[in-house]
Design a protein around this ligand. Sequence first.
Ligand code: C5P
Length: 218
Amino acid sequence: KNLIQIAIDGPAGSGKSTVAKKLAQVLGFIYLDTGAMYRTVTLKALRSQIDLNDPQALKAIVDTIAIDFDKDRVLMDREDCTEAIRQPEVSRNVSKVAMDVHVREVMVKQQQQIASNKNVIMDGRDIGTHVLPNADYKFFLVASAEERASRRLRELAAKGFETDLKTLTKEIELRDKLDSERACAPLAQASDAICIDTTTFNIEEVVNALLEIIQNRK
Ligand code: C5P
C-alpha cells in the first residue's frame, strides 16, 4: 500500500491544527492532533492531583489512560474532554507533562500505530523529527509571538475564557521555551521540512500554499 504521511510542526498558535484539519478534509486524510493527546494526559494528571514532576505518578496515569478520537471529539477514558483540555490550566501545565520520557514513549507509539495503515496528517512538535521521520511532506509553521498570542486570545474569548494579551504572550513564550529546550524530542524544524511564516496569512492562504506544494510534487 502506498500511504501518504504529512507532518506539520511548529510553536503554539502558529495555526497548525486549523490548517491541518482543513487540509485533511480537502485530501480525505485522517487528522491526528497529537497536542490533544498530551493535553488529555495533563488533564487526568491535574484531576488526580499528582505531582507533575513525579515520573512514577505520571507513569501510573499514562499507562492506564484511554485516549480516543471520535470525529472531532476527544475522549478521556470514554468521557468527552474536548473542551476541558483547552482550559488555560491545562495549557499552563502541559509542557511539564510532555517533558516526561515515558509519557512521550507511550504517546509516540500510539501515534505511529494510528498512522500505520492510513493516509494521515499529524500536527505537533516532533512529528517530522521523531514520530514520522519518513513523512512524505514536512511543514514547519511559524508566526510572530504577538500574532500567535492574539490568535489564542480570539480562540479563548470565543470559548468564554477571559484573559489578556500580555498574560497570554508570556504563557505562550514560556511554553515554547520549555518545548524547545527539553531533552527528549524537543520542538524543532526537521532538516527536510519546509518552513512557512503564517504571520500575515489567513487560514485559507496557508492551506492553499501547502496544497500547492503537495500537488506540485506528486
Ligand atoms: O498543539 P498544542 O498547543 O495543543 O500542544 C500542547 C502541548 O503538548 C505543547 O505545548 C507541547 O508541550 C506538547 N506537545 C508535544 N509534542 C507534540 C504535540 C504537543 O510535546 N507532538
